[in-house]
Design a protein around this ligand. Structure first.
Ligand SMILES: NC(=O)c1ccc[n+]([C@@H]2O[C@H](COP(=O)([O-])OP(=O)(O)OC[C@H]3O[C@@H](n4cnc5c(N)ncnc54)[C@H](OP(=O)(O)O)[C@@H]3O)[C@@H](O)[C@H]2O)c1
Length: 241
């Protein structure tokens, strides 16, 4: 795992090492079997599904499988036998859907102990989300940012203080967040890899910002490059060429 810059994140990141692509999950003693874990992007054969299968063997109290396609989530849920699962429908490219999903989570009786913001798209052709945000930035960062903030009280009430993992990528090195032009001049200057890099840099900055703002409340936040696994994301990018 390549730990990302930010000394505050680095010290907290010692607790968990997740190498999703190699189907290896090391969980420190900080992982308690009573944890409630919510993961986005759990389609079969994805990194999120691998993570769910691995973390399920540590018997969390409940694993919430979140995504936009019910059938894909159900297919992953079917192979998880060692802990209870619950399905949450969320389309991260629609803020209406994100708000709806967050409202559902806020009605749960239990706090969320661990949130893994993993869902993502890579190098997609020029497209806007429902709210007019470049597709990759909208799904990979803004959707997760909104969802996380809307359910923050549910996370902060965790007895463990709460933990948020924003799955980034080595692709963060492609470029910074284009704060003054995140929509690439309305698509005229669109470059799909720069857009992916922007979204993955935003994942890192989000973790750093959360650590700075909420670390003293006990929240632990991480960002990571999960390694490489050439499945759906990479297919998507080659289809897009
Ligand atoms: N694979 C790699 O080598 C690699 C390398 C570095 C970083 N990463 C990061 O790892 C994460 C997972 O990648 P992956 O390779 O597992 O990708 P993947 O196989 O393509 O899976 C992506 C997941 O995200 C979901 N998703 C896409 N758009 C969504 C939306 N609008 N709302 C809700 N869910 C949505 C997909 O659901 P549907 O089935 O409904 O489309 C799917 O479950 C991403 O954040 C990626 O940037 C991957």
């Amino acid at each position: 795992m390549r730990l990302l810059k930010n000394s505050q994140m680095r010290s907290k990141a010692k607790l968990v090492c997740v190498m999703l692509s190699q189907r290896v999950v090391f969980v420190s003693s900080a992982f308690h079997s009573h944890n409630l874990v919510l993961v986005t992007g759990v389609t079969p054969n994805s990194l999120g599904a691998d993570f769910c299968r691995a973390i399920a063997t540590h018997e969390p109290k409940l694993l919430i499988l979140a995504g936009r396609t019910r059938k894909n989530i159900e297919d992953t849920a079917k192979v998880i036998m060692s802990c209870p699962t619950r399905i949450l429908l969320i389309d991260l490219g629609s803020q209406k859907s994100v708000r709806h999903a967050a409202a559902e989570v806020n009605k749960y009786d239990e706090p969320i102990d661990i949130l893994v913001n993993n869902a993502g798209v890579m190098a997609t052709p020029w497209r806007l989300t429902e709210e007019g945000i470049e597709n990759q930035f909208g799904i990979n960062h803004v959707g997760h940012f909104l969802f996380t903030n809307l359910i923050m009280d549910k996370i902060l009430t965790s007895k463990t203080g709460g933990r948020i993992v924003n799955v980034s990528s080595e692709g963060h090195g492609i470029g910074p967040v284009r704060f003054d032009d995140y929509n690439f001049n309305d698509g005229k200057d669109y470059e799909k890899w720069h857009a992916y890099g922007q979204s993955k840099t935003a994942n890192v900055l989000f973790s750093a910002g959360l650590a700075r703002r909420l670390g003293d409340k006990g929240l632990q936040t991480y960002s990571l490059h999960p390694g490489g696994k050439f499945l759906c994301l990479s297919k998507m990018s080659s289809n897009a060429q």
